[in-house]
Design a protein around this ligand. Structure first.
Ligand SMILES: Cc1cc2nc3c(=O)[nH]c(=O)nc-3n(C[C@H](O)[C@H](O)[C@H](O)COP(=O)(O)OP(=O)(O)OC[C@H]3O[C@@H](n4cnc5c(N)ncnc54)[C@H](O)[C@@H]3O)c2cc1C
Length: 398
């Protein structure tokens, strides 16, 4: 995947580029510089060359011939053989898009010993699985994963390629789209097919969530988008479904991969907001770090997790992992209880699709009441313990 162009007639063999390359992608080949497959097209070397012998190809690739691209693809993210929920949610939406286009739905499963994940992908709606099972793919790393997917896209030419907007998915989608010179719409909240053109309509919040923008990729392929967890419904798997598994030959050598995973360290007190069915969230109105104790108690009684507004996180009252909103987690629980949260647009961007929203706020004019299913005007210090006591009583009777 070498990108850099070296004008070997101009190169004076000074080696300045070799010194500066962060990926060991440049070496001396006799008296001129040469680039190897480690090149990521970062461009760090270009300004170092005293004779302007280095350049990158034009970023604007020739428009793709849309007619030769077909099918909807989903990257199935997995960790230690456990697929990410967002992957199955995208399979559900991918199936709808594929049916609308009258085409197939394919899943890309990368990892080591992940044949079971491939079978699951069929149950979740895939017609075909590209299964790349190889030791170098055991844990996620950008370069090998990107290389496998880019090669697959070049060979099979999908029209649409969807990835989860997880930490890994965002990283991978950016790398794949860059290598393919195609567009990528991040954090979509809606994916539809334009009835007239057959193009993928990629809808996402823009300008801090104040407007929804619908983005098209008319000239380049595949049309790529990432989607956050819980944006789409989880489909029901059908274990009886049949599909084709394509074993992908993987031509990767560990020695050629520049990143190494040394260890996994699980953060203590890790919170899984994305999967929580109930979230009790606190904002500046809880008054301080101690104000989260009654919220934790309520969450515990309801079997839920504790969320927070950015103000509470910025104040150091609770760690960032609990933040809900545009710059935090997107959540879609069955029940979201917002305590002392005003309901700023950036907070709503992360929780407004919750099934039932209960807002507790002493200000009857607080914007959170505009989207609340039930509103309680009152002091969190009175209302939250009262709710906890009532829920405890009701739930203990069941
Ligand atoms: C680029 C950008 C990204 C952002 N990302 C996020 C994000 O991801 N998540 C997020 O949350 N915010 C985000 N924000 C910040 C956002 O704009 C708001 O500032 C923030 O959400 C406000 O937090 P809050 O509701 O806790 O505090 P406030 O707006 O101060 O509201 C506190 C509320 O508590 C009520 N209250 C006070 N005392 C009590 C009491 N005793 N009992 C009951 N109610 C009480 C008040 O009436 C008030 O409504 C972002 C901002 C920007 C610019």
């Amino acid at each position: 995947m070498a990108f850099l162009i070296i004008d070997t007639d101009a190169c004076i063999g000074c080696g300045a580029c070799v010194q500066v390359c962060p990926f060991a992608a440049l070496e001396m080949d006799g008296s001129v510089a040469a680039v190897n497959d480690n090149c990521t097209a970062c461009g760090a070397c270009i300004s170092e060359c005293p004779v302007e012998a280095l350049s990158l190809p034009e970023k604007q690739a020739a428009p793709a011939d849309g007619a030769s691209y077909s099918g909807v693809w989903v990257w199935v993210e997995q960790f230690r053989g456990q697929a990410a929920g967002v992957s199955w949610e995208m399979m559900g939406q991918g199936r709808i898009l594929a049916d609308r286009l009258g085409t197939t739905l394919s899943a890309c499963v990368l990892g080591e010993n992940v044949a079971e994940v491939a079978k699951e992908a069929i149950a979740y709606g895939a017609d075909r699985i590209f299964l790349a099972d190889h030791p170098t793919l055991c844990t996620y790393r950008t370069d090998p994963y990107s290389q496998v997917l880019v090669d697959l896209v070049r060979e099979y030419k999908p029209a649409i390629f969807l990835l989860g907007a997880t930490t890994r998915g965002r990283d991978l989608a950016g790398s794949v789209a860059t290598h393919l010179y195609t567009g990528l719409t991040a954090d979509c909240t809606g994916l539809e097919i334009d009835a007239e053109t057959g193009l993928l309509q990629q809808t996402r919040p823009a300008f801090g969530g104040n407007i929804m923008a619908t983005i098209l990729t008319p000239n380049h392929r595949p049309q790529m988008a990432t989607v956050r967890h819980r944006v789409f419904e989880m489909p029901t798997p059908d274990p009886a479904r049949q599909g084709q598994i394509v074993a992908v030959p993987v031509d990767l050598e560990e020695a050629e991969i520049v990143t190494k995973v040394l260890d996994f360290i699980i953060e203590e007190g890790e919170v899984n907001l994305a999967d929580a069915r109930v979230i009790v969230a606190g904002g500046r109105g809880v008054g301080g770090p101690e104000g989260f104790a009654p919220l934790r108690e309520l969450a515990q009684v309801l079997g839920g997790a504790v969320g927070a507004s950015r103000s509470a996180v910025d104040a150091g009252w609770i760690p960032y992992a609990h933040q809900v909103g545009q710059t935090g987690r997107t959540v879609r629980p069955d029940l979201y209880i917002a305590c002392g949260i005003s309901g700023a647009i950036q907070h709503r961007a992360g929780m407004s699709t919750s099934r039932v929203i209960v807002a507790v706020n002493k200000d009857p004019e607080a914007p959170i009441f505009e989207i609340a299913t039930y509103g309680i005007v009152g002091d969190v210090r009175d209302v939250v313990p009262a709710l906890t006591a009532q829920f405890r009583k009701k739930l203990s009777r069941q």
